[in-house]
Ligand binder design. Structure first.
Ligand code: NAD
Length: 303
């Protein structure tokens, strides 16, 4: 297969000073993309700031013959999101690829988590996603080209203890990606989600000694493919963890129709309602919402 390249493409990558984002930046730059390495260099919990991580990734890219600039604005505010996208437009004249990868973690059980810890995690992951997509999307529509990759997590699909803020934010990003995919379709904009797993500083405190190899570099090709012009997916989610790549998607059981329901009917039918035999799938693009309605209405009209 011919090498997939990104010559003349401009990629904005949030949180690219460390971990997964840095791996995406290095890979895309090595294939010709011009990169905005965004990262304010905050702590795991989102405190402080350090221009060093973003600059270090830029220095590495330039030393390897690539093209990149550093940006230290925060995705957590509308002004910060706009400034990150503006940095790409000012330096390189376009934003073809947007990878929202920035993230923080603040742990706490549901019965104790503070509103501040809830909001600050939503600000970076979920609102941060909106801030950069909102700024980049009109430009991509004008250019009739765009590739958006948002960072979900299996936490957003399955949840986990002590991270309700994170699980909520990651689940919310699926909605953002789906709408960008639907509204972007006519403009050749594709939007997808990566559900990554890698040993980064986010694994601090875990015993990773028995984990299989889980370097961020194992995840980067999936993200880079979704960032490429030949990407065929939109409104989809790819899992990449420890060398395993897979597709995650929403499905519905075929369901049961009755013209009227009592509570007792639900109790009597619950097994049939939940029967996962021959599940239904309504991909968001092009018409998942409508297909769901159509299927449900057809069931009603048949009975
Ligand atoms: P990381 O901590 O190494 O990198 C995250 C980067 O985001 C940091 O460099 C940080 O400074 C930056 N950041 C934080 N707040 C920011 C802000 N307001 N604006 C811009 N940048 C900001 O962590 P990672 O493991 O590389 O995580 C990258 C992404 O992948 C995150 O969204 C994370 O939730 C997600 N993720 C990671 C894993 C995993 O296994 N590592 C699993 C699921 C999801």
């Amino acid at each position: 297969m011919t090498e997939l390249r990104f010559d003349n493409r401009v990629a904005v990558i949030t949180g690219a000073g460390r971990g997964l984002g840095a791996a995406y930046a290095r890979l895309l730059a090595s294939r010709g993309a011009k990169i905005v390495v965004n990262d304010p260099g905050v702590s795991m919990g989102g405190d402080g700031g350090d221009a060093g991580p973003a600059q270090q990734v830029v220095d590495e890219i330039i030393a390897a013959g690539g093209t990149a600039i550093a940006n230290t604005d925060s995705v957590a505010t509308p002004e910060g999101g706009a400034a990150i996208v503006e940095a790409a437009l000012k330096e390189y004249g376009s934003v073809d690829i947007l990878i929202h990868n920035a993230g923080i973690v603040r742990r706490g059980p549901l019965k104790e988590l503070s509103y501040e810890d809830f909001e600050s995690v939503l600000d970076v992951h979920l609102r941060g996603g909106f801030h950069v997509v909102r700024a980049a999307f009109p430009r991509m529509c004008d250019a009739r080209y765009g590739r958006i990759i948002l960072t979900g997590s299996i936490n957003g699909l399955y949840g986990n203890r002590d991270v309700v803020n994170y699980s909520v934010a990651k689940a919310g990003l699926i909605g953002l990606s789906n709408v960008a995919a639907i509204e972007g379709e006519e403009f050749n904009i594709k939007s997808n989600i990566i559900l990554p797993g890698a040993v980064t500083r986010m694994a601090e405190g875990l015993d990773t000694s028995k984990f299989p190899p889980m370097d961020p570099e194992l995840v980067a090709p999936a993200v880079a493919w979704m960032a490429h012009e030949s990407c065929t997916l939109s409104g989809e989610m790819l899992v990449s963890i420890a060398g395993r790549m897979a597709r995650a998607y929403a499905a519905e059981t075929r369901g049961v129709h009755r013209p009227e329901w009592t509570i007792e009917d639900v109790a009597a039918e619950i097994e049939a309602i939940c029967d996962t035999h021959a599940p239904l799938r309504f991909p968001p693009v092009p018409t998942g919402h409508l297909d769901h309605l159509r299927y449900s209405f057809e069931m009603a009209s048949k009975n």
